[in-house]
Design a protein around this ligand. Structure first.
Ligand SMILES: Cc1ncc(COP(=O)(O)O)c(C=O)c1O
Length: 479
């Protein structure tokens, strides 16, 4: 199979391109060494332990290709940034045309036409919102929303959910529902309190203090792929309105079609005060995020000329990011990718649920559109229970690696475990996947899950190897 690198070389990329692309191919074999030496060595150890160190060399659409040209189906999609797939030609055209046009990017003491157009387009999807503030990443959008909510309401409280993930900068980390991310980084932002996800009574109690500026929630939680009951989000909206709290929907992962609607919140007919977008909006090329909000909230923050720049970011709204956003929306519409996510998501959920009924360790298959979780749980039969308990005793959630590792090694599918100590394997493919890809997914998960129910068997001997590695790693840390 011809890799993208070879294609670039034969099709006459510019000499400047060529030197960077040549550096990639010449030094690609050293990538793990370079990272161990100069970047995050632990990441390299993780990749080697789970056998993901195959050295991906190119990517297109929903696929990645390793050094040998082997094609992998990518169900990580770069934590969700490749909604429209990798290296989409329309994205490339949009970005190269902007680069070639000598546009007056980032003048700062001017306003950008492209930012105006992208804001106008985004607001067409949320007619109840009026204003947009751009940022460069999900966490930056979360930080901006915290500031908007506090200033607009004059309150300091922030309420977030158990298992929430809103990013890892300080404000966002203060709203993180997993201590694994928080431990050792305190003190975090004051006046942040956690409520159980999907619990309206707890939310009522938290908001009734009338000191809460905002309740921030992911309509479908990324960590664990947790879905709310049907009355939860409408109920949360009602409580927020009753107590004067702003409702912030973090749609950074769920937005732009991921769940089969433009926003996940649309499944429940909710109209938040602030909506956060990022990931897919980038087209997988240029980091970008957007905070969509009601006019009065903006009015409270940008309330005088001398406060026109009271919040902002140097690179926000840059031309390449805006072009990526505009081209992404165009691709979502012309290729009907939101409809594709809804249709193939329903197909996968139905097929995986049918499959799950045949396996005692599959507890639940849940999801919306192309955001799907397969949760595993303790088996009933004694023969499996002993092996399960042994793995769990070493590291909670280790069992899921017995699914993701063979998926990659034997079926060329990349999937992830949905969070620390999680028993859920998550599927987050590009929205461009096809019926054939669904066949591939269904066939492979069935084979791997069937293997995991055979004791003794190949999967469980892998489990014992992982257990040994984990034990060694623990004793190294203790040394
Ligand atoms: C729901 C949600 N919010 C916020 C973020 C943070 O985005 P970023 O990593 O771009 O800061 C993420 C990232 O995974 C996310 O899934």
């Amino acid at each position: 199979m011809t890799s993208r690198l070879e294609v670039d070389r034969t099709q006459g990329a510019t000499s400047q391109d060529l030197s960077i692309v040549s550096q990639f191919s010449e030094r690609e074999p050293e990538r793990y060494l370079l990272h161990s030496r100069h970047l995050n060595e632990m990441m390299v150890r993780v990749l080697k332990t789970i056998g993901y160190d195959v050295g991906f060399c190119s990517g297109t659409g929903q696929y990645l290709f390793d050094r040998a040209g082997v094609r992998y189906l990518d169900l990580l999609s770069g934590w969700g940034v490749f909604g429209v797939g990798r290296n989409h030609p329309k994205l490339r055209d949009a970005l190269t045309s902007v680069l070639a046009a000598d546009l007056p990017n980032l003048v700062q003491m001017d306003v950008s036409p492209l930012a105006g157009i992208l804001a106008e387009k985004l607001l067409q999807y949320t007619p109840y919102l009026d204003k947009v503030l751009f940022a460069n990443s999900g966490a930056e959008a979360v930080e901006a929303s915290i500031k908007l909510a506090r200033k607009a309401t004059g309150r300091s409280g922030l309420v977030y959910c158990t298992h929430a993930f809103h990013g890892l900068s300080y404000g966002a980390l203060s709203l993180n529902g997993d201590n694994n991310f928080r431990d050792g980084f305190g003190p975090l932002l004051p006046h942040c309190s956690q409520v159980p996800f999907n619990d309206l009574a707890a939310l009522d109690e938290a908001l009734a203090t009338r000191q809460v500026a905002a309740f921030i929630v992911e309509p479908v939680q990324g960590k664990g792929v947790n879905l709310p009951d049907d009355d939860y989000l409408p109920g949360a909206q009602e409580l927020c309105r009753r107590y004067g709290t702003l409702l912030i929907a973090d749609e950074i992962q769920t937005g732009l079609g991921r769940t089969g609607r433009f926003l996940a919140i649309e499944h429940w007919g909710v109209e938040p005060d602030i909506v956060l977008l990022s990931k897919t909006l980038s087209g997988g090329h240029v980091p970008v995020a957007a905070v969509l909000a009601r006019k009065w909230i903006f009015g409270k923050v940008f309330d005088r000329m001398d406060r026109a720049v009271v919040h902002g970011l140097t690179f926000a709204g840059n031309d390449l990011a805006m072009a990526a956003g505009l081209a992404t929306l165009e691709v979502l519409e012309t290729e009907r990718l939101i409809e594709n996510a809804a249709r193939l998501g329903t197909r996968l959920l139905t097929a995986l649920r049918e499959m799950a009924s045949r396996y005692e360790m599959v507890r639940e298959v849940r999801g919306k559109g192309l955001m799907i979780g397969i949760e595993f749980g303790q088996p009933r039969s004694l023969r499996l229970r002993a092996s399960w308990s042994l793995l769990e005793a070493i590291s909670t959630g280790l069992f899921c690696q017995l699914i993701t590792i063979p998926l990659c090694q034997n079926h060329w599918i990349l999937a992830q475990v949905a969070g620390h100590a999680s028993h859920t394997v998550k599927l987050l493919p590009a929205l461009v996947i096809s019926e054939q890809d669904c066949d591939w997914i269904e066939r492979s998960f069935d084979a791997v899950i069937a293997d995991s129910h055979r004791v003794p068997g190949g999967v469980w001997s892998l489990g014992m190897t992982l257990a040994r590695n984990a034990r060694n790693a623990i004793s190294e840390v203790n040394d």
